[in-house]
Ligand binder design. Structure first.
Ligand SMILES: Nc1nc(=O)c2c([nH]1)NC[C@@H]1CN(c3ccc(C(=O)N[C@@H](CCC(=O)O)C(=O)O)cc3)C=[N+]21
Length: 300
């Protein structure tokens, strides 16, 4: 079997189009422009690239983008003061603090100081609790993007066996909650799971979010299963020339694609959907803040 490729890049473009439509309506009918503030502490080059692309896409869909770049040695007090300012700024509907933060900053403390209504990453403890109890919340962007692609491909996910590989707070755990919310039978596998291939081989849906390049190979996959590859790993590619690199997922694409029914590529899969969902969450937060009906099809 050769898997159908789920084109995250094209899907993300459709999500952005929907977002742009809602933004235009908010401007015309309510004179409101959704605003997203992104806070970057330090100068990690990969983070800078990512923040730049978020800012560009935010403006492209008609929203306001506010970028705050702080020195790597910024004190916790100063960072918390900035977040407090953004929490109280009416033109800011979404706040994202780029992770990871430099080691001297307490990530949990910083994230939990964001107004939960503006927490477009969905990492605030209050949003985590709301999601876990099936209440309306801000949903983390990467799992939301994965859910959108799965729903689009399968229609209903009800009764499917889903295995999430990885138990992180930003992907694995919220992904499992969302799949459970769509009535999947959910297993979370991780580095200590025994006979992990036997666990994944039972799954109709495998979501790989471990951060280990090409760990999941075709023999881990049940024929016809859907594989969502969350990993974005940069590895050396001496075949492309000295010092060259390439992006690969947590799944070994060629062997998985031979067995799976459908698979997301890296790049061009989950990554673009993550940014599209960040924009979607910002519009959702803006509508909620103004007591307006929420955009359909952009939330979980
Ligand atoms: N608070 C916070 N929220 C985040 O959502 C967050 C974060 N911090 N810190 C960093 C990671 C990383 N991340 C990516 C999103 C999209 C691509 C993406 O679109 N990647 C392209 C490839 C890009 C390339 O070519 O390098 C793709 O997969 O096709 C990558 C990485 C969000 N993150």
């Amino acid at each position: 079997m050769t898997a159908r490729i789920i084109d995250g890049k094209a899907f993300a473009a459709k999500v952005r189009e929907k977002v742009a439509g809602h933004v235009a309506r908010l401007k015309e009918e309510h004179a409101i422009t959704p605003g997203l503030a992104v806070v970057l502490v330090g100068e990690d080059p990969a983070s800078q690239v990512y923040v730049r692309s978020k800012g560009k896409q935010t403006v492209e869909v008609g929203m306001n983008s506010y970028e705050h770049k702080l020195d790597a040695d910024t004190s916790e007090k100063d960072l918390l003061a900035l977040i407090d300012k953004l929490n109280n700024a009416p033109e800011v509907h979404g706040i994202l603090v780029q992770l990871p933060l430099p080691g001297h900053l307490n990530e949990d403390l910083v994230i939990n100081s964001i107004d939960p209504a503006k927490d477009v990453d969905g990492f605030h403890i209050s949003n985590v609790g709301l999601l876990g109890t099936g209440q309306k919340s801000m949903v983390p962007c990467t799992p939301l993007g994965c859910l959108m692609m799965l729903r689009d491909y399968h229609g209903s996910l009800s009764g499917m066996d889903a295995v999430v590989i990885g138990r992180s707070n930003i992907v694995g755990k919220p992904m499992a909650q969302l799949l459970l919310g769509d009535s999947c039978t959910v297993t979370i596998a991780h580095s200590r799971t025994k006979d992990i291939q036997d666990v994944t081989r039972r799954a109709d849906i495998v979501v790989a979010a471990v951060g280990r390049p090409e760990m999941v190979t075709g023999d881990w996959i049940k024929p016809g299963a859907t594989v969502i590859d969350v990993g974005i790993n940069r590895i050396d590619a001496p075949d492309k020339g000295e010092g060259q690199t390439r992006l690969v997922g947590d799944c070994h694409f060629d062997s998985c694609a031979e067995v799976a029914g459908a698979i997301t590529p890296v790049p061009g899969g989950v990554g673009p959907m993550t940014i599209a969902c960040l924009l979607a969450n910002t519009v959702t937060a803006c509508c909620r803040a103004n007591g307006l009906s929420e955009p359909e099809g952009l939330t979980a």
